[in-house]
Design a protein around this ligand. Structure first.
Ligand SMILES: *Cc1c(COP(=O)(O)O)cnc(C)c1O
Length: 301
């Protein structure tokens, strides 16, 4: 497996490439590992630790066919010597996605269940038949939960981040954002760009992970989903290609491309003042680009 290190992370300037009125920099979590998506490792580590402490030998989690969380869990399990099981939403397709092939390559056993069954987050009988449930540790879908958020707090300690006034991240379950809010200093505001369309239950879902005092320190923007989760259009792809050409930063079309787009759009709208200092968290996810047809992006994932 390719080298894995949180020490690969660094902060890079973005505003030097563009005529932004405020300082904009990027924390490159995407440099941690090509398949263990930037933020996923942080969300997983608390669960892995608990699984170890409880003497579990198998990790099980839930996700879709292109889930960064599935492949990250498979890779982390492989690295830490756990067996792993993925419960995958939807019937088994005739050709299985690159994401799931990668997960299987890390030794994850995949079980496909109908969308209706998946919603219940239950274990199919064929899993129960093959495993001793006492040895099983279940990680919630997307790593959502307090343990996931606690791990994500460490993202802000990788580099000196105290001078930033705004910290911006892509949002799926909101677990990463909750961790950033936990770790943020009082003068810092966390802005989340939702990758899902009209996912207004995010607000209470994130608040549930935070103390009351911290619940005022973040805001969610719902206008940058480009049609919904994993949807995209020419404008987004063009933006991602232009960003790469100008800065060498690769983004993915599900999460980070939309987040960077949002920052550029907010800049244009005058959302920030000239004294603001903005840090974009590049949460990784580049493996997701392998579901795009070849030649769509000018960079490899
Ligand atoms: C999973 C993922 C997210 C969303 O993280 P949450 O903690 O679920 O909000 C954001 N960016 C990338 C690249 C991801 O893979």
């Amino acid at each position: 497996m390719a080298s894995f290190s949180t020490q690969n992370c660094r902060i890079e300037p973005l505003s030097t490439f563009y005529n932004f009125s405020s300082l904009v920099e990027v924390l490159r979590l995407d440099l941690i590992h090509p398949l263990v998506s930037g933020n996923k490792w942080f969300k997983l580590k608390g669960y892995l630790k608990e699984a170890e402490e409880d003497n579990k030998n198998s990790l099980l989690t839930f996700g879709g066919a292109f889930s960064n969380h599935i492949v990250a869990t498979a890779a982390a399990a492989n690295m830490k010597g756990f067996k792993s099981i993925g419960i995958i939403r939807g019937e088994k397709p005739s050709s299985i996605s690159q994401t799931l092939q990668d997960a299987a390559g890390f030794g994850m056993k995949l079980f496909f269940v109908s969308r209706e069954f998946y919603k219940q987050k239950m274990l199919p009988q064929e899993v129960l038949d093959t495993i001793n449930v006492d040895e099983l540790y279940i990680i919630p879908e997307g790593g959502y939960g307090k343990k996931g958020a606690e791990g994500a707090e460490d993202i802000l300690t990788l580099s000196a981040t105290s001078s930033y006034t705004h910290i911006i991240t892509a949002v799926g379950t909101g677990t990463t954002l909750a961790g950033l809010v936990f770790a943020a200093l009082p003068h810092q505001k966390i802005i989340g760009i939702s990758a899902l369309k009209n996912n207004f239950s995010l607000q209470p879902q994130i608040e549930a992970l935070l103390s009351f005092a911290k619940q005022q320190q973040f805001s969610l923007l719902h206008e940058y989903h480009f049609g919904g989760y994993a949807k995209y259009n020419k404008e987004l792809i063009q933006f991602m290609n232009n960003l790469y050409a100008a800065t060498n930063v690769c983004t993915d079309f599900v999460y980070t491309g939309k987040t960077f787009y949002a920052v550029f759009d907010l800049m244009k709208q005058g959302y920030f003042s000239s004294t603001d200092k903005i840090l974009i968290i590049h949460t990784g996810g580049l493996q997701g680009n392998c579901s795009l047809s070849k030649g769509t992006l000018i960079f490899g994932s």
